[in-house]
Write a protein of this length. Structure first.
Length: 406
């Protein structure tokens, strides 16, 4: 018999997502429209989320994907096996435009019953399909940049997820419960306490006016230009859990090499042993011990050969103790060395310091904000020291031994 957490835990989880994570840490308001995306397996949590939205006075639009007990039954896999070119390129423009216009928030509950459902599918087909939906992501980004849209992502554990992480389903759920503070009487109160600490570090980083950072460690020797008019992000409800502090740098100033000791689960596949070398901001070498072809297909996607994010997680904040085989958790793993990740592809425009509501594409390009339909987070938990070089000519170590030292 499969394990499902007690109802009280699921109710706390739903309350956290609806009344804290959405709305940028403030929750939804009466009359807000929430677009809810889920899988069949997450029904016990989805029922609690729907109740929480209704109690808050919100409206629900939902999409539910069927579970796949075997790969041969997967609708997603069938699509890539059967779709012709015109089907891969199809984008329901009117429907997606209307959806973006209608929704105030998006809540995605990931609960795949087959983590590797697209294993063996031609990578070019997968990236081609993602590129077809680029307008949808651009419309969402524009609305978010105007302060009219928020989103969050969370997990509902399945046997497939637990198996990938070499954990029992009950232990996998224990990690989720601890990471999200669902074992506390008032999880929202706990998250506000953590986010206050994250806000303190963000303010210190912003005041430093960092021009570039040098990252040195056992598997990294990398320079990253932060760029003009940048600020650091983190917290605020985007992703639950989230302990990271990040910014979207000027991609043109990335130089050096880096290895990632954590695997990437991307587009229904597993990529392991990733190594990258950058020159003048672009990936000029990309190697992987497993699924190198898919890695290169990702890098070949427009904009995915440059970075859109650099992120550091302070090990003192995170309660995630184990590898979870899910980027949402692994990019926030704690431990003695904390966590670092780079994202290939799309930048976060919220990392612009100033008013960008009337910005056009050329404004973002001029400042070195990367544009891509891809945003894939590559994770390392190896030892590293991060030194900041400031606009005033000074330099300062800002991260060492898995924590910020500012």
């Amino acid at each position: 018999m499969t394990y499902i957490p007690p109802k009280i835990i699921l109710k706390k989880y739903a309350d956290l997502l609806v009344n804290f994570a959405l709305g940028g840490g403030k929750g939804i308001k009466k009359g807000d429209v929430v677009y809810l995306i889920s899988y069949d397996s997450s029904k016990p949590l989805i029922m609690e989320i729907r109740r929480a939205i209704l109690r808050a006075g919100g409206h629900i639009i939902s999409t539910n994907y069927p579970d796949t007990e075997a790969r041969r039954c997967s609708l997603g896999r069938d699509f890539y096996l059967l779709a012709q070119d015109h089907q891969l390129d199809f984008f329901p423009r009117k429907y997606m435009r209307g959806l973006v216009d209608e929704m105030d928030h998006l809540l995605l509950i990931m609960g795949q019953s087959d983590k590797r459902e697209l294993e063996g599918i031609d990578p070019e087909k997968i990236t081609r399909r993602i590129v077809a939906y680029k307008p949808y992501f651009e419309w969402r980004d524009e609305k978010e940049n105007q302060g009219k849209f928020t989103w969050t992502i969370a997990l509902f554990a399945t046997e497939s997820m637990a198996k990938e992480a070499n954990l029992s389903l009950k232990e996998y759920w224990r990690q989720i419960i601890r990471a999200c503070y669902l074992d506390k009487q008032n999880p929202i109160k706990e998250w506000r306490r953590i986010f206050n600490k994250i806000e303190t570090i963000k303010r210190k980083l912003d005041r430093m006016r960092i021009e570039r950072v040098y990252i040195k460690g056992t598997d990294v020797d990398l320079w990253v230009k932060i760029g003009q008019y940048r600020q650091w992000g983190g917290g605020g409800g985007r992703n639950i859990p989230s302990f990271e502090i990040f910014t979207s740098p000027d991609w043109r100033g990335t130089e050096g090499r880096i290895k990632f000791n954590q695997p990437l689960y991307s587009h229904g596949n597993l990529i392991k042993g990733i190594e990258l070398r950058f020159k003048k901001g672009k990936v000029v070498e990309a190697n992987a011990k497993k699924n190198k072809k898919l890695l290169w297909q990702i890098v070949k996607t427009p904009g995915a050969d440059a970075i859109g994010e650099i992120s550091l997680t302070d090990g003192r904040f995170s309660r995630i103790e184990k590898f979870m085989a899910e980027t949402l958790y692994d990019e926030n793993m704690g431990g003695t060395e904390g966590n670092m990740h780079l994202a290939l592809g799309r930048s976060y425009k919220e990392c612009f310091r100033g008013n960008s509501r009337n910005f056009k594409k050329k404004n973002w390009e001029r400042l070195g904000f990367n544009d891509s339909v891809i945003h894939d987070d590559l994770i390392s938990t190896s030892p590293r020291t991060v030194t900041a070089f400031l606009e005033n000519g000074q330099k300062k170590v800002i991260y060492k031994n898995g924590k910020f030292v500012i």
